[in-house]
Design a protein around this ligand. Structure first.
Ligand code: ADP
Ligand code: MN
Length: 179
């Protein structure tokens, strides 16, 4: 059927969004509900040293896109993954059957990130990133529009609803229904 999902029997989802929108919280709950594998790219990069050192200004590892993609190729081909990362333009398009962009109200996000101890510049950068819907635009530019879905993540109820919606989607997914 010309499906980009190839031979995988379970779908791959990408969960993206500005830091603090709830990617890791939602992905963890979704992985529990669906028995898919949760891959937190930030953790993976640290564990497997898939980076080019530490960025002193941004206080994060400088992710090496090629190393990350090489590391994940086999497991993504197999299917059944929830990939959790605040970026999405460097993964191969063919990897994903659904791209979920979490979105959070600016003031709610500001509070979450200040609780996380972000400094003023990091706070305003991330809140601005959310206001301008940077991740949603990036997702729409990098993947077919019909697989990109934006979901609100302001409250605990939002998490439950999003997990329920996506669990249904995963259960109803078939290799040929992806295109
Ligand atoms: P991300 O992985 O996108 O950076 P996290 O999942 O680590 O975000 O969530 C950041 C913080 O916000 C955590 O303390 C989490 O409990 C809280 N949180 C995330 N999503 C929600 C939500 N929808 N409602 C309430 N709190 C949330
Ligand atoms: Mn996270």
């Amino acid at each position: 059927q010309g499906s980009s999902s190839g031979k995988r029997k379970k779908p791959n989802l990408l969960v993206t969004g500005t830091p603090g929108t709830g990617k890791t919280t939602m992905s963890t709950a979704l992985a529990e509900a669906t028995h898919l594998r949760h891959i937190n790219i930030g953790d993976l990069v640290k564990e497997k040293k898939l980076h080019d050192g530490w960025d002193d200004e941004l206080h994060c590892f400088i992710l090496n896109e090629e190393l990350v993609c090489d590391e994940l190729e086999d497991v993504m081909e197999e299917g059944g993954n929830i990939v959790d990362y605040h970026g999405c333009d460097f993964f191969p398009e063919r990897w994903f059957d659904s791209v979920v962009v979490l979105q959070t109200d600016n003031t709610v996000l500001y509070d979450r990130l200040s609780k996380r101890g972000y400094n003023e510049s990091k706070l305003s950068n991330n809140v601005e990133c959310e206001i301008f819907q940077v991740l949603l635009e990036e997702a729409k530019e990098s993947y077919p529009e019909d697989i990109v879905v934006a979901l609100k993540s302001d409250t605990i109820e939002d998490i439950s609803r999003n997990v329920a919606t996506l669990t249904d989607w995963v259960r109803n997914w078939h290799p040929t229904s992806s295109q």
